[in-house]
Design a binder for this molecule. Sequence first.
Ligand SMILES: C[S@@+](CC[C@H](N)C(=O)[O-])C[C@H]1O[C@@H](n2cnc3c(N)ncnc32)[C@H](O)[C@@H]1O
Length: 277
Amino acid sequence: MTIAPEAFGFVCDLVRRESAIVLAPGKEYLVESRLLPLARAQGDADIDAYVARARRQPTGPIVREIVEALTTNETSWFRDSEPYQALRTTVLPDLVAARATSRRLRIWSAACSSGQEPYSIAMVLAETPALQGWHLEVLGTDLSLEMVERCREGRYNQLEMNRGLPATHLVRHFERDGAAWRVNRDLAAMTTFRQLNLVRPFPLIGPFDVVFLRNVLIYFDLPTKREVLARMRKVMAPDGVLYLGATETTMGVDDAWERVAVGRSSVYRMTQDRKDF
Ligand SMILES: C[S@@+](CC[C@H](N)C(=O)[O-])C[C@H]1O[C@@H](n2cnc3c(N)ncnc32)[C@H](O)[C@@H]1O
């Protein structure tokens, strides 16, 4: 079932306006495969009829449904492993020294999908003896309310557990819940989740010592990436550490960051005073 060019154009504009996600020409197959099940479930004759309904209800729940359906929520535990190794061996030891007086750390997973990223961070924190007795907060946010709800539930099926979670961590940090697994009380106590659109002004949520902004800038155009990175500087501690995805960079986007190699991966730190932009 193919989507009419006009309906495709409407969906692209809508998704870009609401989430900044760019759906380039050629992505018709993606729109079709994501919207067809929704159209069928709601009894629409085809995708065009479903999209026509969205046009007639520009403030209705169908708009959010389309945007959510076109987010890509691909994720895994300890994704790419090196960033977490860097967290363990360098980033956290530096912060332990720098925050010895406040004994408080705040970490933000800024496009957290179904929660594997914030819970992986929380596992690293829980396994760092120097942080025992500290006040530790991991905030996970995502555009998709459905993802935020999944994070809050903290429940994963066996297939999801198999994607990158070492057996030792499963035993230490999860409890059986029927055929699935649920994060244990310690991880749940460290984490909070809320819906947040990165391309709208951030609510008052800072300052953060570490921000994971991984595998989300890739969906945005250059001016949007620039805006998000500039806004990120306002909510990070001056010595804060920013993580991007393996294929993402601040270079040529926002020069107020410098790339720092840590082991086999890299992180970003601010080079200028935060007010200086
Ligand atoms: C590919 S996942 C990345 C998940 C995780 N950070 C990782 O690296 O495994 C991208 C996530 O970005 C979210 N996203 C897309 N546009 C967004 C926006 N404008 N604001 C906040 N989150 C957004 C999607 O809902 C999706 O869950």
